[in-house]
Design a protein around this ligand. Sequence first.
Ligand SMILES: [Zn+2]
Length: 657
Amino acid sequence: MTRSLDFGAAFYPEHWPESEWPRDIALMRAAGVTVARLGEFAWSTLEPDEGRYDFAWLDRALDLLAAAGIVSVLGTPTAAPPAWLTQRYPDTLATVDAQGHRDAHGARCHYCVNSSLYHEKSAAIAGAMAEHFGRRPDVIGWQIDNEYNRVCYCATCRAKFQAFVRARFDDLGTVNRRWATAYWSQTYQSWDQIAPPAHAVSNPGLVLAWREFVTESYRLFQHEQVTAIRAHVAPEVWITHNFMKWFDAFDHYEMSAELDLASWDWYEPSGWTDRIPSGAMHDLVRGYKRRNFWLMETQPGHVNWARTNFDLQPGQARAWAWHAIGHGADAVLYWQWRMALNGQEQMHGSLVDQAGEPRPFYAEAQAVGGELAQAREALAGTCVQARVAVLYDFPSRWLIDNQRHHGDFDYVEHLLRAYRALAGRNITVDVISPDVDLTGYGVVIAPALALFTPERVARLTEFAQHGHLVLGPRTGSRDSAAALWPERPPAGLHALAGCEVEEYIALAEPVRIEGDVSGQADVWAERLKVRAPEAQVLARYSAGNAWLAGQPAIVRRDTAGGSVTTLGGQFDTPTLETALAPLLALAGIAPVLETPPGVEALRRVGEAGQDVVIVINHTATPQTIQAPAGRVDELTGAATAGALTLGAFGVAVLSAT
Ligand SMILES: [Zn+2]
């Protein structure tokens, strides 16, 4: 049977005497927990000395959980190498900077990702665990490592980077040409002269290749564990990794290719959240595999690792759980179940305290667990269906971060402007790679898609024949080696767009635009030049910046069955809403529901077309919406039609009657 809406927490039985486990598991059961995550970080307990495994304790913990009806996800413990390993093989520790400083034991993710010995030891423990636990029916999935986050600069990594560049470009002449190394006398005469980027400003080609190398390093590290596990588990058992929020050290699409399920860890140390960035992150993670994902960790109240760790308000975690589910999460797990008596995260939020007693947050988690049980059947087999896509591209982000030009031009913030103009109005959005099939979308937005390849140009050209394509500023300027295309942006799309970028301006002050679309740009503006007589200038820059005054700011050209709109500036959300509204109307795309600000409406759709609308009040004050007719709230059983008031952080899960 397909599982639906799993609910749980990370459980570390190795922190506690076995006599404590039954009480913990009874409290889990009472909270509606359906899944526990175990094993990650437990390497020193699972393999107390080299080659000597001790899995019996974990079997006993899994048995107790299974007896309580709780399934498990096992993490491979490779984020936390044991002391015997790092002492015996110090080369497995990462070199933390380009100056050669080596990390020390006692942290996590501090291994050299290219150490062949670390690969061997990691694959060995992953394989041994899979061989031992892989056929247990209660182990439904595996998580490789934890929150990959380190970059290593050791001699091994340097040599492997050189081999990577060599395999990528074939000959040194090509590297020198495509990286334009004659600039500042960087010309390479031999492969061993190529080093990881070590300066605040490094050659963009070198920076891009290094990021691609880091991606490939983690992909290979992950691949060895995936292979070791797959050899022993049933086909329906999935493998995932828990990624982090907006993390960009590697390309997450590449890393997700071999995984069965995408998952991520969502934390907000401020305790407060704007639903737009977190919604975009959920949508991005859903885009890694283009299907439902797991929220593998989220905070039970507060975290412990920020300078100040504020709590969520009562009810807010419930809103967060439904926010994740509405965006496509099929599971919500808290980190962690019980406070550890000692260790780096001893002050982190949890459901159960150091005495084994439920903390105040436990009651809220228990309520969430109960609600998920109530809605489990209605949401089984449902997923998010969007007709608008926002393209998120890791290489374009790296290129822009390496050459921001305006210090306040932030790739993610820029993308969120477009996302907010849609999701803020309850328009369902996919956040996806520019390298996937765009069939089925009515509107596709490419904010700051700096990197253009011939394949990307072909894909966008094909899409614009029948859909509405929106190109944001900084799009289409660089090639796959980070070089400028020797033509004006958007390279390869001038004819289609009917315009090109003739200058870019870092704005000291916001500038107004006027025309069919009126509004404001800040931080960044591009002066567009119209190249096709049929292209329409939808807005021109007003006075205020002499290079821009009177020049085209937004240009649209219609195609046979669609259009291309080129946005010259980083516009604010109201301006983008105005610019996008006619395109959404042409594509027949409407909001899930009209709601007051602070109230979010999301929709999941089943295979038979039945839908469930999830409405969330993200504010601390009651809000009233107009509920659609013919619906029943799965959480209360009440039929809804007309005015529906949601209390502070209130939620309604409306299925069709
Ligand atoms: Zn290394």
